[in-house]
Write a protein of this length. Sequence first.
Lengths: 335, 335
Amino acid sequence: MKIADIGEQGLLEKLQRFCPSEIVGDDAAVLETVPNTSLVVTTDVLIDGVHFSDRTTSAEDAGWRAAAANLSDLAAMGASPVGITVGLGLRGDVSVTWVEDLYRGLTQCLQTHNTPIVGGDIVRSPVISIAITAFGRVRKSQTIYRNRARVGDAIVVTGIHGAASAGLELLLDPQKGENLTESERAALIEAHQRPQPRLDVLPILWDILNSQDSEFASARVAGMDSSDGLADAIFQICRASNVGAVIERNRIILHPAMKKLLGKAAQIESALYGGEDFQLVLCLPKEPAVKLVQILDTNAAIIGTITADSTVLLTDETGEFKEKLLSLKQSFQHF
Amino acid sequence: MKIADIGEQGLLEKLQRFCPSEIVGDDAAVLETVPNTSLVVTTDVLIDGVHFSDRTTSAEDAGWRAAAANLSDLAAMGASPVGITVGLGLRGDVSVTWVEDLYRGLTQCLQTHNTPIVGGDIVRSPVISIAITAFGRVRKSQTIYRNRARVGDAIVVTGIHGAASAGLELLLDPQKGENLTESERAALIEAHQRPQPRLDVLPILWDILNSQDSEFASARVAGMDSSDGLADAIFQICRASNVGAVIERNRIILHPAMKKLLGKAAQIESALYGGEDFQLVLCLPKEPAVKLVQILDTNAAIIGTITADSTVLLTDETGEFKEKLLSLKQSFQHF
């Protein structure tokens, strides 16, 4: 059954069950606000053939990834999600099942974080496009900005980098994974198809920093997510904060299966520039940083230090690789 | 100069001047909230060749219309705009000027209503797409829902219907306007290219309904905007409120130039089904309705009454046309 067969009204009726009926249905959604919080807003557009493709991404996975990317942007600001809107451009010959699967993937990810779809628009388009806007709320004192990093801060990553891009590679060229076990292959592919926005880090972070008897009370955090790559996140934070960084390559945690896929140098390139791991990159004083990494899972790590330089230096404490200045040129560019 | 020539960063730098620098630049925008107000969210997607086209719409006009449509949805909920996000899908061969013109049109409309662009996303796409999400705030007691119309309510329209679709017709087929004066032609085309969201109606409405010494204090209002056509708005309100309506065709205000373009029956069809006039359709008790129409400009009118039926009846007090039941079938469908 194609969308053109059931029309806009028919499609909307099918999608209604993914949205809370008390919110959706008017010209706009009305949502409660909470005193002493700010509204946080982020938006992402995904295009068929550019950001997802039938070859590597089912409709359900495309939905999950779209939701995860936006929730990750909220997490990067320290915000809790409140809701998302979904703007879809669809060809008339797209199957109704495809759209339902997309919504199923969206809501699977959103439900983990108690986040409703509160509105949307569905229009005819020669190319499938998915525009998500997510909004959240954050206490003013807990807002995480990029421009708050200070010299001496520890640079924390909340998990593995490089796995998502390795997963995509395996989907595009399955032969590359012939040395992997089935569970290794599945883990890397899941990192690509089902990334987890790190909203779980926030209560742990604020528990460390803001608990009344905390020795770190009112410590400042700078940060962003690593959606465009770990190197990009470090550069953006450094640029906004007018500082530099030293990153120790052996501290960047890779997925164990990466060793079977890539040489040592290529593994680090993939971790730095692969993108879409959706981890948080946080800069904060060393003591709370150590505590944060202890409480988070074993893949969290302090990977470096903020410096007074204007460069990002990659070091190797084993001496195997020469020190080198990182460059943003390898990062993902949309055009 | 094409977008592909200057890349994503180059384009973002050019567009930065349309956005307040203190808000844009992090993973998400942070906006103040106001106590005792609800957050109102609406989203629209526009596709090149479907919703706008070089043939009828300059980039500047496309921007204006996109902003106006979303602000109109906020007005329809009784909400004041707080900000919008803009998600753009662009081909690499689109000129930088086109994108700047689009943003110029967006901000021209937004500035009239003190509304900033607070975020966005720009991605590569084989088809130009514009996804706007608008945020507003509304006092809980002043939220306008569709489902609050009651039997006996007067149905108010805040202005002319049919002019926007006539303007589009003139752009598609200029010969149709050969009997029009230059100013008539310009007025109809402007109705299409530069629609005005009726945010100006709200303070007048609440002044009548909520002023302390008002005889109408706490009167209820139902309503929506007429973006998908006047008939569609009446149907949606009736359906949500579980009521019917009688509309008197001679009370629907048309642009004077319409008489030179269309026969009498076709004029009303155009007013009912043309769409994109972005007026408000409000249902409220008769006395405050009369007062509202008096204060609004001369094109506002009471066009009918809410009834206990489940139908929308079009009457003619002159007796020239037979009564007829309206149908939604003629309304705009996206697929």
